[in-house]
Design a protein around this ligand. Structure first.
Ligand SMILES: O=C(O)CCC(=O)C1=CC=C[C@@H](O)[C@@H]1C(=O)O
Ligand SMILES: [Mg+2]
Length: 327
């Protein structure tokens, strides 16, 4: 199979800049790719780099695309190197092929595609850092979200612990006043690696003190830096509140490495930057990965491919972090 290849760089500002411990992120830049097969059928994919998570940079991805010939074979796509994970994802997502048998044999097909069953997903709503979370929570709750993620390690911990008290109080009051109390809320905290050892212990102690049937702190995401794996493994064995790795498992090789070093907690998987969907399927089938699939604020092109993978591979009880459109 030979494909005619075109690519279209894009740049789109977010409705609201995203403030995290990494800094302020104001626009999403990426590349939409088009693979037209010999029948003239178009396949679309998206390259959405997140270099501060460990993927290639946008410039490296553009350079990669520019150097490619106008026509590509499937072998060219299968040979995209592992240090271009966002390109691996984008090109593989764009592959179309008349014979589903071939896609099945090469692992391109998701099980859902084969059986036509793509599991219904629950979505998590993203709460902005700081006090703004209080207003946004109520809006998202009205929209039906019951899992929320709040960005922390942006303001001083004493301020954020106060805001946490206000947020958890608001959540409990909202559930009691607006539901028949049979529902509950999962709250995720995402530090983006920005806490100190002492602060991580403080947050986990505070979370462990929350004993409620209607509010669960689902996990603390990436409390410490990628270099502090051993410390996070120790924390995961010391507190009741779960820990999720995100920046530490941004690519396939990092997932393998953390799994081999004993991580059996939650893996936040960002499909658009993790690398080859075929290799991700294989990894998740061969190992017991408690996966939470997460957006990199890609466009609808990357989101569709990412959610297909999520419906196949994510843990059924875990909401996916694709809840809020950022455009
Ligand atoms: O995972 C989610 O709930 C939404 C996506 C999300 O939080 C992120 C996407 C991309 C970069 C980060 O700022 C952030 C994260 O750390 O998970
Ligand atoms: Mg995260």
């Amino acid at each position: 199979m030979v494909y005619r290849f075109n690519f279209y760089p894009y740049s789109r500002p977010f409705k609201q800049p995203l403030k995290t411990h990494h800094g302020i992120w104001e626009k999403r830049e990426g590349i939409i790719i088009q693979l037209a097969d010999e029948r003239g059928k178009n396949g679309w994919g998206e390259i959405a780099p997140l270099s501060w998570f460990g993927s290639e940079t946008l410039q490296e991805a553009l350079e990669f695309c520019r150097k490619l010939p106008q026509t590509l074979t499937l072998e060219d796509i299968l040979e995209i190197p592992d240090n271009f994970p966002a390109c691996q994802f984008g090109f593989e997502s764009a592959v179309t092929y008349p014979k589903t048998r071939f896609l099945k044999e090469t692992g391109f097909l998701s099980q859902g595609f084969e059986t036509g069953f793509l599991r219904e997903l629950k979505f998590s709503g993203l709460l902005p850092s700081g006090k703004a979370a209080l207003q946004v929570f109520q809006t998202l709750f009205q929209q039906g979200f019951r899992t929320f993620k709040w960005k922390i390690a942006v303001y001083p911990i004493s301020d954020e612990l106060d805001m946490f008290k206000q947020l958890t109080k608001l959540i409990l009051e909202t559930i009691i006043s607006e539901t028949d109390k049979t529902e509950w809320v999962n709250l995720r905290l995402d530090a983006n690696g920005g806490l100190s050892w002492e602060e991580a212990n403080k947050w986990l102690s505070v979370c462990d003190e929350i004993k409620s049937d209607i509010l669960k702190i689902e996990y603390l995401e990436q409390p410490l830096s990628v270099e502090q794996f051993a410390e996070m493994l120790a924390l995961s064995q010391q507190y009741f509140t779960s820990i999720a790795l995100d920046e530490s498992v941004a690519t396939l090789s990092q997932i393998r490495d953390c799994y081999q070093r004993g991580w059996r907690g939650i893996f936040v998987i960002k499909p658009c930057i993790v690398g080859s969907p075929r290799k991700l399927r294989k990894l998740c089938r061969e190992n017991h990965i408690d996966a939470v699939f997460s957006s990199v604020f890609e466009t609808a092109v990357g989101r569709r491919a990412a959610l297909n993978l999520a419906s196949e591979l994510s843990h059924p009880k875990r909401a996916v972090g694709f809840g809020v459109e950022h455009w």
